[in-house]
Design a protein around this ligand. Structure first.
Ligand code: NAD
Length: 489
């Protein structure tokens, strides 16, 4: 039985500094449950002074706790214990589910195991990265030695709070850094519990700190703090640009940016079974209510199967029902809040005013109280400058464009601003490879549209979708700075 009573879940204090929860005296931010829109807690917002306390504690832990100098396999052992605690903590799952858009069955079956496995993957990386040796003159030995940065600031969005945190914390901590993480102010509490479990597993106090609050207050204080040596950010393109410029002015800090997307699903006539394809397209734009950076939101389909695929999708879109995230029967996610719902509504309205036709959906579900659920929506008759094609909607809206010839499809697939992800669907290998080469995106999925559940494949966008990679060995390597050493002997 996974369903639970959200009112029976004790909400922790959100700020976790120097190994314990801390009550702060600044501004209180009321926090709502997305699926019924009810206020359920007040969050203490960390002021610039509180952020300073967290960063100082992280810096002290970096220099004094011995975390960075511990044998890497021992760091890995702590992290494996942490992953086990995460996997078995029902309280963590309930905090994630009641406070985010993630239904409890998704949290238990996907989010939590995925989070724990990401931590385990980086635990295994801890002793498997060794820098380089260089051919030099006979009398010299040249080396490149990786070392941790010190304090890394991690900033996360609200759409997958725990797994996003694990993608940032895993590599940074395995490399021996200390971290101060700021979750979204809309989904604050599960990350704090995750940090508490880290201390239970053996992370020294101060190695992992959580600060809470709005971007302009807490986030800004964190990214501009002089002791923060690197920033790992996931969120919108606009905030990413701001963070990049602040990082340049406040210490020339390196940044990893995982930003927005507007990903195409390029489907050719020879893509195979139409029912299977329709399900693939459906999951690609409705998972988490469309609030996924990699959502496949632009269907670009060859005319030979366009009508049949569209009709299948219209039928499937009618099968969704809203529900409370703490009910195990719920499979469809709410919008995170009314503001996000209104954003979806306004882009759909703007798209219609420029000639787009809504084939199904196009509205909020009725009778869901204060919860905001958007109906899966299909739109066609779109020119390439329609707002629904140009802008990231971050809701369950799929635009449909058709093409006759391969070149035409390829031209439609690459977006002028975003390059996060793309799906290519064809049973012709040469065509798939031509498309893979042509599309400007950091990830191309061929004949599938989802991650594989492995952690070795990195993820990251091109152009305005970001800089650098999360996951894979690349994220671990990027959690180090590299010192060149030349020894004469
Ligand atoms: P957002 O940019 O509004 O906020 C993200 C985080 O940044 C939040 O914690 C916020 O408080 C913080 N923030 C805001 N202003 C800040 C500032 N001045 N200084 C420091 N921190 C600040 O994004 P969101 O609405 O929370 O998330 C949705 C966006 O995230 C979408 O665009 C989505 O595509 C993107 N996203 C990208 C990926 C990826 O891997 N590429 C993954 C998930 C989400």
């Amino acid at each position: 039985m996974l369903s639970f009573d959200p009112n029976s879940v004790k909400i922790p204090l959100g700020n976790f500094i120097n190994g314990k929860y801390q009550a702060l005296s600044g501004q209180k931010i009321p926090v709502k449950r997305p699926s019924d829109g009810r206020f359920y807690a007040d969050l203490d917002e960390a002021s610039a002074e509180d952020v300073d306390q967290a960063v100082q504690s992280a810096q002290r832990a970096f220099t004094e706790s011995g975390w960075r100098s511990r044998p890497p396999r021992e760091r890995g052992a702590v992290m494996r214990r942490w992953a086990d605690l995460i996997e078995n903590d029902r309280y963590l799952a309930q905090l994630e589910s009641l406070g985010s858009t993630r239904p409890i069955s998704d949290v238990i079956h996907h989010e939590i195991p995925f989070t724990a496995e990401a931590i385990r993957f980086y635990a295994e990386c801890a002793d498997k990265y060794s820098g380089d040796l260089f051919p030099t003159r006979d009398s010299s030995l040249g080396m490149l030695i990786p070392e941790p940065y010190g304090v890394i600031a991690a900033i996360a969005p609200w759409n997958f709070p725990l797994s996003t945190a694990s993608w940032k914390l895993g590599p940074a901590l395995a490399a021996g850094n200390s971290v101060v993480i700021k979750p979204s102010e809309l989904t604050p509490f599960s990350t704090a519990r995750m940090a508490e479990l880290g201390v239970q597993a053996g992370l020294p106090a101060g190695v992992l700190n959580v600060v809470q609050g709005r971007g302009a207050i807490t986030g800004q204080a964190l990214i501009t703090h002089p002791l923060v040596r690197k920033i790992s950010f996931t969120g919108s393109t606009a905030t990413g640009a701001h963070i990049m410029s602040a990082a340049a002015y406040h210490g020339t800090k390196p940044v990893t940016l995982e930003l927005g997307g507007k990903s195409p699903q390029l489907v050719f006539n020879d893509a195979g079974d139409i029912d299977e394809l329709a399900m693939r397209m459906l999951r690609g734009f409705t998972a988490n209510g469309g609030q996924a950076c990699v959502a496949g939101t632009r269907l670009i389909v060859q005319t030979g199967i366009a009508e049949a695929l569209t009709q299948k999708l219209i039928g499937l879109c009618k099968g969704f029902r809203p529900g409370l995230t703490w009910d195990e029967q719920t499979g469809y996610a709410p919008m995170i809040d009314e503001k996000q719902g209104q954003k979806v509504a306004s882009i759909v309205a703007a798209a219609k005013s420029q000639g787009a036709e809504v084939l199904v959906g196009g509205e909020r579900f009725a009778d869901t109280g204060e919860g905001w659920f958007w109906q899966p929506t299909l739109m066609c008759n779109l020119t390439s400058n329609n707002p629904a094609i140009e802008q990231e909607i971050f809701g369950p809206v799929l635009t449909i464009q058709t093409f006759e010839e391969e070149d035409e499809g390829l031209a439609l697939a690459s977006h002028e601003s975003y390059g996060l992800c793309a799906g290519v669907h064809t049973l012709s290998l040469p065509r798939a490879l031509r498309a893979m080469r042509s599309i400007d995106a950091g990830t191309v999925w061929i004949n599938r549209y989802t991650r594989s559940g492995d952690f070795i494949i990195p993820t990251g966008g091109f152009m305005q979708s970001g800089i650098g990679k999360d996951l894979g060995r690349q994220a671990f390597e990027a959690s180090h700075r590299h010192k060149s050493v030349l020894i004469d002997f």
